[in-house]
Design a protein around this ligand. Structure first.
Ligand SMILES: [Cu+2]
Length: 376
């Protein structure tokens, strides 16, 4: 179960490591010559880089599409914990997030993109790379695995434009890459033959990246505001998934919406995790310790009704089959684990009941149910 815990930490709550400003992409002037260019791509984004209150975990590359030439470099800078992986391999029984581990049988495979890595070809994997801990963070205990590197540089090999001839000649080769930790987080690199004219400079790409980031955060804020205004049917969204403006990535909204609702005593509330790319829980009362190695709130407990503020009731992971499949974790699920994104709790007694997501409470994912006496 340990890997699953490690994985859960990368699903949003993880990155107690980020510091303000580290996600800002450097803007470099366009090269006036044919010499090799370093292109800049940001992996992931958050709406609060101080981690005080994170409502939006954006799992997208900015930009998701980059056009380069052989000999160039692509410098990936993370916000959070990500990978850049071409042609990923799925090992039965080994979760995809183990790609992060230096002990994973596959491990990092170098940093030069070659024609051998064309779609359907050989694996090329960065290993996990992550925002470094802020200054003043105590060092990890002796024997801990080394921290992931703070960036990943992909070198574009001399043959990466491809070997096609005839009509295809001059079009280059387009490679797709994935983050192994975040379903839906993908991008493309097109390598044109040496000497080709490129559609944009890195500086122009950075302007586009900043616009896309701002647009994604605005889109996420609108989706959260809209879901928060809904008040029918005693329903609460426990997490929302919002498509990226680039069409290649998603924003995970780490909030309950509406955050507060009122019901009458005896009524029920149904939560649905509307994000297939992130797990959440609905947890009342003091959180109970799960089985050793399990992530917080993994298994349900406490039944289906909440009648006092000291009741300990937990939905367990509200998670999609799609995410289980992407992470390749079905072998880690205990027998009888019910895969669902929906849970219903009943509230027999008047009162004010606070609850939280056991994975994302420290990022502000909390809610309140106000239960009125029936005769009011
Ligand atoms: Cu959550």
């Amino acid at each position: 179960m340990l890997p699953f815990m490690a994985r859960a930490r990368t699903l949003g709550l993880s990155m107690a490591l980020a510091t303000a400003g580290l996600g800002v992409v450097a803007i470099v002037p366009a090269s006036a010559t044919e010499s090799a260019t370093t292109w800049h791509v940001q992996a992931g984004n958050l709406d609060d880089l101080t981690f005080t209150s994170v409502a939006q975990e954006v799992t997208a590359f900015y930009n998701a599409r980059t056009v380069v030439r052989p000999g160039d470099d692509v410098l990936f800078t993370p916000v959070g914990d990500h990978s850049v992986t071409f042609n990923p391999i799925r090992v039965p029984g080994v979760p995809d997030f183990a790609y992060e581990s230096p002990n994973f049988p596959i491990g990092p495979t170098g940093n030069t993109l070659k024609f051998a890595n064309h779609p359907g070809g050989a694996l090329l994997h960065s290993g996990g790379f992550a925002t470094p801990p802020p200054p003043g963070t105590p060092p990890p205990p002796p024997g801990s695995p080394p921290p992931p590197p703070p960036t990943f540089t992909l070198h574009i090999g001399t043959d990466a434009a491809g070997t096609s001839s005839g009509e295809e000649r001059g079009k280059g080769t387009t490679y797709q890459f994935f983050c192994m930790f975040h379903r839906g987080m993908t991008g493309f690199i097109t390598v044109l033959p040496a000497g080709s004219k490129l559609p944009s400079t890195d500086a122009q790409n950075q302007v586009r990246a900043q616009k896309a980031m701002a647009a994604d955060l605005a889109r996420g804020a609108r989706a959260l505001a809209k879901a928060s205004r809904k008040a029918e049917d005693n329903a609460v969204a426990g997490g929302l998934g919002v498509a990226s403006v680039q069409g290649l990535g998603v924003t995970d909204i780490l909030r309950f919406a509406p955050a507060t609702i009122e019901i009458n005593a005896g009524q029920s509330v149904t939560w649905v995790n509307e994000d297939i790319n992130a797990p959440h829980t609905v947890t009342f009362g003091q959180e109970q310790q799960g089985p050793p190695g399990a992530p917080p709130g993994f298994l349900p407990y406490g039944g289906s009704s909440v009648s006092s503020t000291t009741d300990q009731v937990n939905s367990g992971f509200l998670i999609s089959q799609e995410l289980i499949d992407y992470l390749n974790v079905s072998s880690l699920l205990p027998p009888g684990f019910v895969v669902t994104r929906r849970v219903t709790f009943t509230f027999p007694s008047p009162g004010t009941y606070h609850y939280f997501c056991a994975l994302h409470d420290t990022l502000g994912m909390t809610g309140t149910i106000v239960v009125r006496a029936q005769d009011n």
